[in-house]
Design a protein around this ligand. Sequence first.
Ligand code: NAI
Length: 330
Amino acid sequence: MRVAVFSVKPYDRASLTAASAGLPIEWDWFEPRLDRHTARLAEGATAINCFVNDQLDAATLDILAHQGVKLITLRCAGFNQVDLAAAARLSLPVVRVPEYSPHAVAEHAIGLVLTLDRRLHKAYNRVREGNFSLEGLLGFDLFGRTVGVVGTGRIGRCVAEILLGFGCRVLAFDPTPEPELTRRGVSYAPLDELLAASDIVTLHCPLKPTTRHLIDAAALARMKRGAMLINTSRGGLIDTPAVIEALKTGHLGHLGLDVYEEEADLFFDDHSNSVIQDDVFTRLLTFPNVVITAHQAFFTQNALDAIAAQTVRNLTHFDRSEPLEAVVRA
Ligand code: NAI
């Protein structure tokens, strides 16, 4: 079976090649992002394999289906980039990797919390320059702080458990609460209450029409003055200009991002020799209390191996006409 892989990086090639050793899968590697202009690269492929910033809108899916593509595989958990209604209309099943390493993302989110709290991003540079002053590096104990976890699915659950280990008071909001977390000491609360009570708010819910700009000016106003906001989920959960305003007034004390609403034109590529045109993003980079990583939370060897294994399993099931796992439905 021929599989056209889009947005491919050397580490994807290595893990997919290793996971498919001995299996009848022929990979076609394409560095460009999938969209309606690049879809024709998949000519002759039975399946395609995509990542978070590939654009699987109706026009792109239409081109793929007409070229004979029969299966869409995602090497990620999120699927907000796919027009599922269009895929269903074209009888194109969409399969994903629902769980590869929730720990990878959860641990990265905690890494952002600790970096911002203890100013590690500033301390690293300072010490290298021979500046051993502690001025401006004052942090706070995580022990005893209230942390709000928005979304307690696979990743949010791990985050909550790590935070309990730090001795934090953990509040959570999720339309489907997890009883096991309540037993372990997490308190579920309505979102507004969580925002008002938390010293740190960390987002782990999916991006969908009802969660777009979940954190807007009104939500930010409800948060404690000086609170920390962490987003390792999807950029669209946050209204970035509103967050910038809150940072400028000092109402928002710290911001840690691994995702950004307009990341598709920036992340995963080296732009260090070009002028970044996104003025909202560059404004974010000017704040001393903002740390941004470029959609790196998933990026552990464990996660890459698990993504490749599930992707190959998804393709093999399809090839053998076996029931598909991890199908995404509208
Ligand atoms: P999951 O599906 O296991 O959990 C999502 C949880 O969010 C569910 O419990 C659901 O009930 C809850 N939820 C839905 N609507 C909500 C709302 N309005 N408010 C609060 N909670 C709500 O998903 P998982 O695996 O925990 O992933 C969470 C998100 O993390 C994904 O949607 C994806 O966008 C993002 N992600 C980011 C990665 C990165 O590298 N930065 C890697 C993997 C996932």
